[in-house]
Design a protein. Sequence first.
Length: 408
Amino acid sequence: MKVQTVCGSLAALSLVAIGAIACTGAAQAKDEGSVVANVAEQVPSQKVTTQGPPPEETGWKEEVVVSGLDTPWGMTWLPDGRLIFTEKAGRITIFDPKSGEKVNVTGLPEVLVNGQGGLMDISLHPKFKENGYVYMTVAQGTARENHTVLARGKLVGDKLEGTTVLFRPNFKKQGGQHFGSRILWLPDGTLLFSLGDGGNPPSAINGKLTRHYVQDMDSHLGKLLRLDENGKAPKDNPFVNQSGALPEIFSVGHRNIQGLAYDPNLKMIWANEHGANGGDEVNQIQKGKNYGWPLATFSREYSGPIITENTSLPGYEDPKVAWTPCPAPCGLAYYNGNKYPQFKGDLFSGGLAGQDIRRLDLDSKGNVTRLTRFNIKSRVRNVAVGPDGYIYFATDERGARISRIILD
């Protein structure tokens, strides 16, 4: 495996603006049935207005599972119960919670470590027991020309064999911002793969701001893609037959999706994503829909001016939640376990700047009815539900930890 590191500093982002849900006091951010059926009629338009941060959850404690990590990013579990996770610098580790043993996995793809990019998400094929396939999202290229790819290898012992890039987008951006990226498997055996908009101004390709490619159907920038297990576009993707449109596109108008989750009960896809200066969003994702960036947003430029006067437009999907100041949401989990019966059917959204996990209480139709927060007091990069039914989270720092939430 080749790991290329680009050194540099990232300025903290000042977050000030207003949104559909305004949450004050967040820390500054360094970063930022067919399942594909249109389910718009299931989720009526909702206007949620509240001021201040969500109330804190009480009656819980953090139990550290493994610590001393360097910026963990993605995590999941092997069939035998061991935890497998990535670290952005280009490592995959298998951790046995019973013995405490850590094993480094070899045979990884080439990794570019640059700003927000590196070795990011990790996911197992739904038939992992049969094929051993591990999927990863990885930044590749150089500081001047880079993008996020989807890679796959077969896990044999502690080695990935036959590691290859399955999908490579049709752009090369510069800099270290807005790589995405999350993987979400759907019940039909396809996967969703998120790509960011390439970065804040002055980030540009061929003299055009990268964010202005987000609404272009011939660009993968700022899109949620749907791929088969081999990285190809399924024939029932929404834009397969549209002239000039890339066949992999599932939804349009995204700035930087950092979390994806699936509700198997209502067959709903959920995503959280970073706004710019304000305007972080939680969206209910539908096939072929447009989520507006940068034409409609609660965000402002980091220099202060508004990006657009439009916070909503006909023909574009409104967020179910919009936060300002930004918690910088990262990692998203739908809870369908039995350890916390009172939370069943809710979403849990990690926060980098917010240093918390926000619980979105959903009703039987998928409407957000209430918000609360678990105050983690560290930047949260990922949230996941373990096979034991507990909610796990990974912090974003050197000396980071993966922990789980235990109710009193």
